[in-house]
Design a protein around this ligand. Structure first.
Ligand SMILES: Cc1cc2nc3c(=O)[nH]c(=O)nc-3n(C[C@H](O)[C@H](O)[C@H](O)COP(=O)(O)OP(=O)(O)OC[C@H]3O[C@@H](n4cnc5c(N)ncnc54)[C@H](O)[C@@H]3O)c2cc1C
Length: 409
């Protein structure tokens, strides 16, 4: 019996498990998935928690609900991969060997990487919304807050869901307007990027949206530390921005197990072939989702497109065929813009977000690079799609690689 081992049962690992369980002969292949936690979090839902739109209950389900029958489920922390010995060591001493390994250990925030971020003000005046704990603590804080300087700061790129901090700013504008205290809240978006977003065309549209909502934008700000006394964020060039409440998107990094395995770059992301999704260093190791070092967005939608490509390539590798399926960096992101509206962007490694209709050319119902109510419904529907289709590896009528149909350029 051959062994296929998946590390990480988040979005990408669970999708791959379901797809491969469907494709591989159970008499030939033993499928194992490893994770340290029993609970699956719908991370896109963390965005809505600080604004009282979702609670913890809306974003959690047991991981095991999504594993196909016959899967060997191993709960435990991964200590390290030994790629030369084709085995994985768990922290409790268990050893798992493999013929094929899929690494899907994701990315996580590392506030410890910035001096003063995780100090005395943590979860008192400084919050994240990239963890369930941070999002819930911020919800409690916002309920009682009477206003002041709200600074939203991206520490460095890449981050998971690069549009999420912008969505947070747009929703903050809506939330404080609804509470009748918008005039008492000065919202300031501070980013290391030269503009609001990574892609120039979308950046200009999203920058205009910030402007329209009276949200200040400070680009090219590289945080060096937090001055807890003032309090203020301080850039490497000593520029300071004072805050009453700081919402930070700290440095995102791959898991420490990747570092211990000697398989990561300086942020613990694994060098991966941008088309085949095979590890650049090891033939029998494949990487998917946020754990890769690819220049695509770190997003669930991206992991979903990658899963189609990777399934084809793993089947090819097993059958000794060349890996011909090629991922093009396709990302599709709904950007919640507040007041019941949203913006949709669709792009890949080479093509910037373009205007048009999605997914049906000329019909939509979603509009690209435009703020519409329908796009907001798309964002809200995504959670249902995630639990019922995406995680279960169900085929969707959307191509893995980006289509130009319906786009204007
Ligand atoms: C606030 C927020 C908003 C977002 N919004 C969107 C959105 O609107 N649209 C979108 O497409 N994406 C969005 N995302 C991004 C999306 O959630 C991630 O890109 C996606 O979950 C990545 O999947 P993954 O499987 O690579 O990683 P994850 O889903 O994070 O899974 C990694 C798994 O590996 C396990 N693991 C890691 N290390 C170890 C170890 N040492 N031992 C054992 N287990 C380990 C973890 O426990 C986890 O279960 C958002 C993310 C956040 C935080």
């Amino acid at each position: 019996m051959k062994k296929l081992l998946i590390l990480g049962a988040g979005t990408a690992g669970t999708m791959m498990l379901n797809k491969l369980a469907h494709e591989l002969d159970a008499a030939e292949w033993h499928l194992t998935i490893v994770d340290q936690y029993e609970t699956h979090y719908y991370q896109p839902g963390f965005l809505f928690i600080p604004f009282g739109m979702y609670t913890r209950r809306d974003v959690v389900k047991p991981k095991r609900d999504f594993f196909p029958p016959g899967t060997d489920v191993v709960m435990g922390a991964i200590d390290r991969i030994e790629p030369e010995a084709h085995r994985v060591l768990l922290a409790d001493g268990r050893v798992l060997s493999y013929d094929i390994l899929i690494v899907a250990t994701g990315a996580k925030i590392r506030p410890d990487q910035t001096e003063g971020l995780r100090g005395v003000l943590w979860h008192k005046r400084i919050f994240d919304f990239y963890t369930i704990e941070g999002a819930c603590a911020l919800a409690d804080f916002f309920k009682r807050w009477e206003g002041g300087r709200l600074v939203i700061n991206v520490a460095e790129m890449p981050i998971k869901c690069p549009v999420a901090p912008l969505e947070f700013a747009f929703l903050a504008d809506w939330y404080f307007t609804e509470r009748g205290i918008r005039d008492k809240v000065d919202i300031h978006y501070v980013t290391p990027l030269p503009g609001a977003f990574t892609k120039p065309k979308a950046s200009s549209i999203l920058g205009d949206t910030l402007d329209k909502k009276n949200i200040r934008l400070t680009p090219e700000f590289s945080i060096g530390r937090v001055d807890e006394e003032r309090p203020a964020i301080v850039a490497w060039d000593e520029t300071e921005i004072e805050f009453d409440c700081l919402v930070t998107i700290p440095t995102n990094m791959g898991d420490e197990a990747i570092e211990r395995s000697g398989m990561g770059d300086e942020l613990n992301f694994i060098p991966t072939d941008k088309q085949t999704l095979r590890s650049l260093a090891h033939e029998d190791v494949f990487v998917i989702g946020d754990a890769t070092n690819l220049p695509s967005s770190k997003a669930g939608s991206v992991a979903h497109f990658q899963a189609d490509i990777l399934t084809d390539n793993i089947l090819a590798a097993i059958e000794g065929r060349p890996l011909t399926a090629a991922f093009d960096g396709h990302a599709n992101c709904f950007i919640e813009s507040g007041f019941g509206k949203g913006i949709l962007i669709d792009f890949n490694y080479d093509t910037e977000p373009l205007p048009g209709k999605f997914p049906l050319p000329g019909i939509g119902p979603f509009s690209l690079l435009e703020e519409t109510q329908m796009n907001h419904y798309g964002k809200i529907m995504f959670r249902w799609m995630y639990w019922n289709f995406l995680l279960k590896g169900v085929e969707l009528p959307i191509e893995a690689n980006m289509s130009m149909a319906g786009k204007r350029w």
